[in-house]
Design a protein around this ligand. Structure first.
Ligand code: FAD
Ligand code: NAD
Length: 475
């Protein structure tokens, strides 16, 4: 049996499903093929992000933060609640239900936009055909004028730390623990290590994070990274920098880990060990012989700035191509490609992709760090504003952190905005918009921000760039 489409998308993660929806909106005949299967055996659209990444992690981050605040902060507000206890089963049930609501939503969106959703494995054949193999083994070939590959990424595994899914686990397993590990080891102090480390620390685990690099969060502005490190230490996250893991082995109901650092070799025993050392592009079983689609030396599908591959009318988007592995980056690429296919304008501004780490305090940034601007040689100025001086943050009992702006000295262009503090991930949207419109610091200075809001921190940081802050002392 053969079906003809204008567009076939392989992968329904946050890159693939928006591409399919936009193609539908552009009146193209579109199918989206996805093979994701959850641990309970159910199939679902939404990819890593909705099923095992962004959404379940944020559900647990929210629940665990509420738990901790109820225990440690409510009394400060004059709220007495008695003993606060954890029902992890209920917390995990809520996490699963948030995920299910979101993934079911994709079915509804597909229907509303005329997308044919197909559950199964897709393989690109030469000549822009996609062979789909359903879970029951049946096969059919889809003919497509355009194919969009959006097969995503998968966790990197370490040979010396053999994954067993029970004691030595990846981020997906660590989102589904049914008991709180007394001792939790995490390899990698990146985004996943810090977010999941925070969840389980708040719920009661003793958490040790082993990070190979000497520098903490090298991709983050170092003023912000240093502030973050202080807070995480205070929260009891034991982050060991310069720690190279030599081996890990399951022994009974625990994991024995050995690692070395500048002081020598150490051993550590934990109940669970999460490996969070990055992700790699996933292309297994995706490309048949002779398609002509090229991969780079790290396994990413090679694409140009418009996500075109080495084969005409075959496109690739999301984690499987170069650039940051972020859901919103993949989404914009998907929308761009679906618009280009329909003959519309499409572009992704890779210079202003925001990043957020959903810890407490939250960390968010866009544009260049101070270190990057310094290295570029362009003269610059900086300004920052502490949340301790924000009335709204104080009212929220959330005065930790700051907003910081790095601007060019020559023409006042905003080069980077960095926030650590309450709702940083929401606050960064203003920064992204400002940079998308090539705002100057003065543009932000002259923009009225409501009082009392957290967003005043961005306003005051912009004023501080020119030593004109009102609500903090200019230095
Ligand atoms: P994926 O989401 O990986 O989706 C790819 C889909 O393609 C999958 O469903 C897969 O089953 C399917 N597939 C692959 N090959 C085939 C095939 N041959 N046939 C059929 N189907 C196939 N990013 C953020 O921006 N914000 C966050 O807060 C965030 N939190 C995260 C938390 C965790 C724990 C993790 C692991 C990741 C997180 N990310 C976050 C990263 C984010 O999940 C990814 O950047 C995003 O999912 C990439 O989208 P994608 O569509 O490219 O790939
Ligand atoms: P990451 O690249 O953010 O961090 C991996 C860390 O592991 C790095 O600090 C690295 O130096 C360290 N590392 C690597 N090998 C090591 C080793 N052998 N021993 C000790 N440390 C080692 O990767 P991640 O945290 O696994 O996340 C994967 C991807 O998922 C990231 O690209 C991220 O963008 C995305 N993600 C995003 C969010 C978010 O946007 N909030 C949340 C989770 C994941």
């Amino acid at each position: 049996m053969s079906d003809d489409y204008d567009v076939v998308v392989v992968g329904a993660g946050p890159a693939g499903y928006p591409a399919a929806i936009r193609a539908g909106q552009n009146k193209l005949k579109v199918a989206c093929v996805d093979e994701w299967q959850n641990t309970d055996g159910s199939y679902a659209f939404g990819g890593t992000c909705l099923n095992a990444g962004c959404i379940p992690s944020k559900a647990l981050l929210e629940s665990s933060e509420l738990f901790q605040r109820a225990k440690d902060e409510f009394a400060t507000h004059g709220i007495k609640v008695g003993e606060v206890t954890l029902d992890l089963g209920a917390m995990q049930k809520r996490r699963a239900s948030v995920v299910k609501t979101m993934t079911n939503g994709i079915n509804a969106l597909f229907k509303a936009n005329g997308v044919v959703g197909i559950q199964g494995h897709g393989k690109l054949l030469p000549g822009n055909k996609v062979l789909v193999k359903a879970a029951d083994g049946t096969e059919k070939t889809l003919e497509a004028k355009n194919v969009i590959l959006a097969s995503g990424s998968t966790p990197i595994r370490l040979r010396s730390v053999p994954h067993d899914g029970k004691f030595i686990v990846d981020s997906w397993n660590a989102l589904e623990f049914d008991t709180v590990p007394k001792r939790l080891g995490v390899i990698g102090a990146g985004v996943i290590g810090l977010e999941l480390g925070s969840v389980w620390r708040r719920l009661g685990s003793d958490v040790v994070v082993l990070e190979a690099l000497e520098q903490f969060l090298p991709m983050v502005d170092q003023t912000i990274a240093k502030e973050a490190q202080r807070h995480f230490k205070r929260q009891g996250l034991d982050i060991k920098l310069g720690a190279k893991v030599l081996s890990a082995a399951v022994s009974g109901n625990a994991v024995d880990v050995t690692y070395s650092d500048a002081q020598g070799e150490h051993s550590l025993q934990v109940d669970k060990l999460v490996v969070a050392v990055g992700r790699r592009p996933f292309t297994e079983g995706l490309l048949a012989e002779g398609t002509g689609v090229q991969l780079d030396e790290r396994g990413f599908i090679k694409v140009d700035e418009h996500c075109g591959t080495s084969v005409p009318n075959v496109w690739a988007i999301g984690d499987v191509v170069r650039g940051p592995m972020l859901a919103h980056k993949g989404k914009e690429e998907g929308v761009m490609v679906a618009d280009l296919i329909a003959g519309h304008y499409g572009e992704v501004n890779y210079k202003v992709i925001p990043s957020v780490i959903y810890t407490q305090p939250e960390i968010a940034w866009v544009g260049q760090t101070e270190e990057q601007v310094k290295a570029s040689g362009r003269p610059y100025k900086t300004g920052s504003f502490p949340f301790a001086a924000s009335g709204r943050a104080r009212a929220m009992e959330a005065g930790a952190g700051m907003a910081k702006i790095v601007s060019a000295k020559d023409d006042d262009e905003v080069l980077g905005i960095h926030v650590i503090g309450p709702m940083a991930g929401e606050l960064i949207a203003e920064a992204v918009l400002a940079m998308e419109y090539s705002a100057s610091t003065e543009d932000i200075q002259r923009t009225i921000h409501a009082h009392p809001t957290l967003s005043e921190a961005i306003h005051e940081a912009a004023l501080a760039v020119d030593k004109k802050a009102i609500d903090s002392i200019n230095r």
